[in-house]
Design a protein around this ligand. Sequence first.
Ligand SMILES: NC(=O)c1ccc[n+]([C@@H]2O[C@H](COP(=O)([O-])OP(=O)(O)OC[C@H]3O[C@@H](n4cnc5c(N)ncnc54)[C@H](O)[C@@H]3O)[C@@H](O)[C@H]2O)c1
Length: 145
Amino acid sequence: MSKTIAEILDLKGSDVWCIAADAKVYDALEIMSDKNVGALVVLDGGQVAGVFSERDYSSKVEVCGFSSRTTKISQVMLADATCVTPETSVDEAMEIVTNSRRRHLPVLDDGKLVGLASIGDLVKASLDEKDVVIKNLKNYIKGED
Ligand SMILES: NC(=O)c1ccc[n+]([C@@H]2O[C@H](COP(=O)([O-])OP(=O)(O)OC[C@H]3O[C@@H](n4cnc5c(N)ncnc54)[C@H](O)[C@@H]3O)[C@@H](O)[C@H]2O)c1
């Protein structure tokens, strides 16, 4: 049984950097740069409305002739936010990011935003898990377990 998203959040914390849907793209870039993150969860009326990521900026703003200072987040965000729950397994979440080609998954518990899991978090959790399996197998082979 693979680790869960809850175990990732236990380690990285449940702070989530967010932005309002009607804020400007430039405001999001400032927060992302300040907090050193690649995406923000977009809120509209307190509800998760989407995710705005570096990829949305690079593919939908300046190259399409928009300005980050006048374009609203709601115009360029990924509106169909695929969310997971704390009980979702890391394997399931890896499948979601792989199949949907998204890199950041908001975590909802009973509809409340309780964290964010990025592709980097998932890869790290998966590698850590494999390290433990390899260590246990080595000990087994050496007869230490
Ligand atoms: N070694 C580690 O523990 C670790 C963990 C995650 C990512 N990384 C590395 O960082 C680089 C980029 O990572 P990424 O693609 O996962 O995305 P990223 O740069 O957006 O995320 C980096 C970290 O910030 C967190 N984060 C991102 N947006 C957030 C938000 N809005 N609110 C709260 N937390 C937020 C992520 O969960 C992750 O822990 C990669 O090179 C990856 O390997 C390393």
